[in-house]
Design a protein around this ligand. Structure first.
Ligand SMILES: [Fe+2]
Ligand SMILES: [Fe+2]
Length: 430
């Protein structure tokens, strides 16, 4: 163990002893054994049973922590601190990798954090002289968070001194737990006061199980995003330009979906599919995909296969298989002259119609080697002309309105200049 870590831990142990003596000496609250046992036992069971890990932001929330709030209000600083000291003992961890100084550190920090939070609550409560204690309780909650997580943060910083400051980011992310703990704590307190211990237990059990359902849902969403991001990497490894194209199409699709006021879940589905809509291009030979001139008829026919390839490639992945029509039909035209199946009008899924519009918009505004980008006026004219033929007239009209409203001005701003620089050519519009 490093010397500075030893010094820090020693300081922390001394602080614990001093605070224990202080809180015991000035304790004015008589002990209610039944309440003490109830809170300590509930906290102990919850601490050892449930840890809620949100994998999207890697934040861990111990569902037992909010029970400390009613303990603070009901038992006062000394007894609530003792409840936390005992109730947070991680029996499962003790069996596996027990490190004595880590164990003592964790338990004493819990005691210190609860003690300071409870003292702050008592002081601010009387100072503010209000019948309600929402604000003092919130301050106490923040104090608990800062001491409890701040000390862990300090240990991590001491151990990784000069190496990695990502722990600070982790600490900042954890602040999201403050409101969760606060509101759950209040809920626990009012349930206990108004309905009694048995209802509090019932409430906790309900939260425990709903947490599992929520967790399963978040896990599913994470897997979905991970699949999409992995395939985006696959596209990138084949052709970086196609990856950037997909990302831009997804960006525009999000703007269109928002404007259409689609449900967030539908929007997410379209945006995610847009990110990989050209995944089928990984099956197209480089000689065609990266051709520097116009494609021959034969090459174009092969290129057209990419929408079906994409569909076939991903159809066995259960999590996204129901959304693959968006990939398959993103080159269909509203008048039935698109590919692969020549679907007409509303037979083309809405998401695929949105993708087709955004896909074409990306090509118009970014250009290709043999095709310079269009000006804003030209793009507007194109959407007017192709409304009802290539594009869904409603989506086309929406695009025209968005472009006129300046929603895409950031694209038009430098697109021609960027194109000229990238391909080292001069664009002539005459
Ligand atoms: Fe495509
Ligand atoms: Fe595309």
């Amino acid at each position: 163990m490093k010397l500075r870590l030893k010094l820090f831990l020693t300081l922390e142990y001394v602080l614990f002893i001093l605070s224990f003596v202080f809180l015991y000496k000035f304790n004015q609250q008589p002990l209610s054994i039944s309440k003490f046992i109830f809170f300590a036992l509930t906290l102990f069971i919850l601490s050892n049973l449930s840890v809620f890990i949100n994998t999207s932001n890697k934040i861990t929330t111990q569902i037992g922590i909010p029970i400390i709030i009613p303990a603070i209000i009901i038992l006062g600083p000394f007894w609530s601190s003792l409840v936390t000291l005992i109730g947070t003992i991680p029996i499962t961890k003790l069996k596996n990798n027990f490190v004595w100084y880590k164990f003592i550190f964790n338990q004493t920090i819990f005691f210190l954090a609860t003690g300071c939070a409870a003292l702050t609550f008592e002081i601010t409560k009387s100072f503010l002289s209000t019948p309600y204690f929402f604000l003092p309780l919130l301050i106490a909650n923040v104090i608990f968070f800062v001491i409890n997580n701040g000390s862990v943060f300090l240990v991590m910083l001491i151990e990784n001194y000069n190496q990695d400051f990502s722990v600070l980011l982790y600490f900042l992310k954890l602040t999201k737990n403050i409101p969760i703990v606060y509101f759950l704590g209040l809920l626990f307190y009012y349930t206990y006061i108004n309905l009694g211990q048995s209802f509090l237990i019932l409430g906790i059990v309900l939260i425990y199980f709903s947490k599992d359902i929520l967790y399963a849902h978040i896990k599913r969403l994470n897997h979905y995003t991970q699949i999409i991001e992995s395939f985006l990497k696959v596209i990138d490894s084949k052709d970086n330009y196609t990856k950037k194209h997909c990302e831009r199409v997804s960006e525009y699709a999000e703007i269109v979906c928002r404007q259409m006021q689609l449900k967030p879940s539908k929007t997410n589905q379209i945006v995610q599919m847009a990110k990989i809509h050209d995944i089928g291009k990984i099956c197209i030979p480089d000689s065609i995909l990266k051709a520097t001139g116009h494609l021959t008829d034969d090459q174009y026919e092969k290129m057209k296969g990419h929408s079906n390839y994409g569909y076939e490639l991903l159809q066995d992945i259960e999590l996204i298989s129901s959304n693959l029509d968006l990939i398959r039909y993103h080159h269909e035209h509203y008048d039935g002259k698109g590919y692969p199946e020549g679907l007409i009008g509303k037979d083309i899924p809405l998401g695929a119609r949105i993708l087709a519009t955004c896909d074409a918009f990306e090509v118009m505004t970014n250009g290709r080697l043999y095709k310079p980008p269009m000006t804003k006026e030209k793009v507007l004219a194109e959407f007017k002309e192709c409304s009802g033929t290539q594009f869904d007239p409603q989506i086309s009209k929406l695009m025209i309105n968005l472009i006129k409203a300046g929603e895409f001005d950031y694209i038009f701003k430098d697109n021609i200049k960027k194109y000229e620089e990238e391909y080292d050519v001069a664009v002539n519009f005459n």
